[in-house]
Write a protein that binds this ligand. Sequence first.
Ligand SMILES: [Zn+2]
Length: 327
Amino acid sequence: MEPIRLELPTGLDVGPVNVYLFRQPEPVLVDAGLKSPASWEALQFGLAEHNLTVMDISRVIITHPHIDHFGQAGTITANSDADVWICELGVDWLTEPADMWERRLEYYRREFLHAVGFDPLIIEAIVGSMKVIADQSDPIPRERIHTFPPTGILQMGGMAWQILHTPGHSSAQTCFYQPETRQLLSADMLLQTTPTPVVERPLHAADRIPALPQFMQSLDRVAALELEAVYPGHGRPFGPRFHLDHHAIIQKQRDRIQQRKAECLVHIQQGAHTPAALVDKLYAHHPPQFRFAGLWMLIGYLDLLLADGVIRQESSSGVWHYYSMED
Ligand SMILES: [Zn+2]
């Protein structure tokens, strides 16, 4: 059985988000969309096309705790008996989304955005623009939430799907792979364009997790799967069944990352030493308000260069500076 794609509006730069429906043996949704009147209407319309209502949904499986994927899960549980499933790492985002946002924004405001070298006015503008996002989800009661382990099996659509924990875009990113039919619900791990490695608040005073190196490892794992069909979190399905080779998509993303990483090193060697200065070099063609996703990618390139041992990081007044090992 193939998952049925329902495309829901988000109003975000990322465009619409896909939620996937399995009708039998019980109606299951993979992801829930963002909480908004337009998204709610589109979900009800999409379900009605398959003779279902929100009340019929028995389970909602969340691929990762980003607002466009889980935001509407609270509305679904309030209007049905559905339970919500997510990996252990993502639970707090479902039960206390506003607190989790507040904590991430505090980390951005107090530490991260200073460390990259932005000035206070830009920091307040970025944090202010991110604040509105916190309203686009409702908390879900803990007793309605179940967790799945990083590896294991989940039943959906009468088939056994392997759980694949694939951190990178999100530390809690999960994909689901069905080996007999060679189908992958790839969420935001594998899209037709490279997903951004979102910088997260470090847990328990640990160091920040280098998200792009993690993403590259996850990409290797996904590339090794036998795939007929890839059902992504955004955009149209691809893979051999859709006459769009996923290996070419993966290779293009790898090549682009390697190329941009090399450009980043050249700019460091030419005297751009802070992330803020490097964003201006690498994303000069983007207007300032769109450079934020660029910053996440840039931090990823720096993490890759650090892992390669070709640059070193030093802190000066709390601002990260990067130098070529050859300097
Ligand atoms: Zn997404």
